[in-house]
Design a protein around this ligand. Structure first.
Ligand SMILES: [Zn+2]
Length: 455
């Protein structure tokens, strides 16, 4: 089995995190204000030359202007670069909508951005203070951001929108929140799709090819496979780093995407966006989810264990339903092909043996020539180490405390057409059809599964 028990424990990379201006600034609300005012004074002095006059100093710098952004760059004319300010303008009303701000009240909001191939050139032109620390990709401070150029047009735009979210939070909202939230929402609102020229923020990318060099999903999948998954608790306590790794950004994106899109949590999470400038913001987050925190901790494990492009939050949402012991005969259980884990309603006991038999035909891929599968799966196409379409089982401990620590639903058992189940732990049997969490929408039909006590 490829599914490995995951140690939701300390993350060595994050634990030796060093500090970054942006993440450090997020760390504590009180320190951010002090840190910022010191730096702003230094920057005001450094910023005496206006962006436009930079051209006179260095004719190779170009200034691109839109309603909400003045972007100075040392990159040559290029359609992907020159359209950035227009996309920044399209992001503005979406940031306003996300954080519950009236755009009319901030109609004059304007940001200065610097897209750099060579930092030295911007320093020579007086467009970046020596006080701005060395940083890896992007840095935001009050009404300004600096970006290093990226090799992918998608990721360059993503980075601009990420730093733009920080600037919006700092200047319009008056705070970015703790590191996980500030970086998470910047990742969430930096991750976008273009429909023609129309920019759409806050999307779960459907395919890897749509988001070249983004890599957040692979980074989290990789950490999970290496048993370095982060718990929500660890994420809440994340501190910043100046040279954030793709894994760190990946975890922050994953946390924000989980809260933002999960049907159980999205309304509460979204309501918190309007409170980000409150000094006790993190306490408010904890309080908002205190009532069902165990369910949340388990849902988080399920999300991370199954994370994939196009992750389908609705179809992957698990309805917990404790089972009853088998009666005299076997239990008949339909298992829908287009959903994640489904309770069988059958309770099983550790140490006993059960027989599972399955039949039926169902669709596991749509399109012009849909793929049909039986519970044995399609052995020319694999997902997560098992044939696509194969029937999987798992035993979930009905004690929520235990499942919050370690859910049985992240340890699937391959069943196929038939299997003998010998549970190590008592609980309820759940079934699902093996497929990516991002490719359930084109499935249909169900397997018919029979569970009986073995003699
Ligand atoms: Zn950031």
């Amino acid at each position: 089995m490829r599914f490995l028990p995951v140690a939701m424990g300390p993350h060595p990379i994050l634990e030796r995190a060093n500090y970054n201006g942006v993440w450090l600034a997020h760390e504590s609300f009180r320190s951010i204000a002090m840190f910022r005012s010191a730096l702003i004074l230094a920057l005001l002095a450094a910023f005496a030359p206006q962006a436009n006059s930079a051209r006179a100093d260095d004719p190779t710098l170009r200034t691109l202007t839109s309603k909400h952004l003045t972007l100075v760059t040392d990159l040559p004319p290029d359609a992907e670069v020159d359209t950035l300010p227009g996309y920044f303008d399209q992001a503005f009303p979406q940031w306003c909508a996300y954080f519950g701000v009236d755009p009319a009240q901030h109609a004059d909001w304007h940001v200065r951005g610097f897209l750099m191939r060579s930092r030295e050139r911007f320093e020579a032109a007086g467009l970046i203070s020596k006080d701005v620390p060395e940083f890896a990709t992007g840095y935001a401070l009050e009404g300004n951001f600096w970006l290093f150029d990226q090799t992918s047009a998608y990721f360059r735009r993503n980075l601009m929108l990420h730093e733009g979210t920080h600037v919006f939070a700092m200047t319009v909202l008056g705070g970015t929140g703790p590191a996980w939230y500030g970086e998470g929402t910047a990742e969430l609102l930096g991750t976008h799709r273009l429909d023609g020229d129309k920019l759409l923020l806050n999307v779960i990318p459907a395919n890897r090819d749509d988001v070249p060099k983004w890599g957040r999903i692979e980074a989290v999948q990789g950490d999970f496979a290496k048993r370095k998954a982060l718990t929500i608790e660890k994420l809440f306590n994340l501190s910043g780093t100046l040279h954030g790794t793709v894994e760190q950004y990946g975890w922050c994106w994953a946390a924000a995407a989980f809260f933002e899109h999960h049907p159980r949590y999205r309304d509460r999470f979204h309501a918190l966006a309007r409170q980000v400038n409150q000094a006790d913001f993190q306490d408010r987050v904890v309080a908002a989810f205190a009532g069902d925190r165990q369910t949340l901790d388990e849902d988080w494990q399920l999300f991370i264990a199954n994370l994939d492009y196009g992750f389908d939050f609705e179809r992957m949402n698990v309805e917990h339903k404790s089972g009853s012991p088998l009666g005299a005969g076997p239990a008949q259980v339909p298992v829908a092909a287009d959903r994640g884990w489904q309770s069988s309603g059958v309770a099983v006991e550790a140490g006993k043996k059960y027989t599972i038999r399955a039949r039926g035909r169902y669709q596991v891929a749509g399109g012009e020539r849909p793929w049909l599968s039986e519970p044995g799966g399609i052995t020319i196409e694999y997902h997560a180490g098992q044939p696509l379409g194969m029937l999987l089982a798992a035993v979930r401990n009905d004690d929520d405390t235990a499942s919050a620590r370690f859910s049985g639903l992240i340890q699937p058992i391959a069943v196929g057409l038939d299997a003998t189940l010998e549970p190590k732990e008592s609980g309820t049997v759940y079934f699902r059809i093996n497929d990516s969490a991002g490719r359930l929408a084109d499935n249909s039909g169900a397997a018919e599964v029979e569970v009986s006590a073995s003699p």
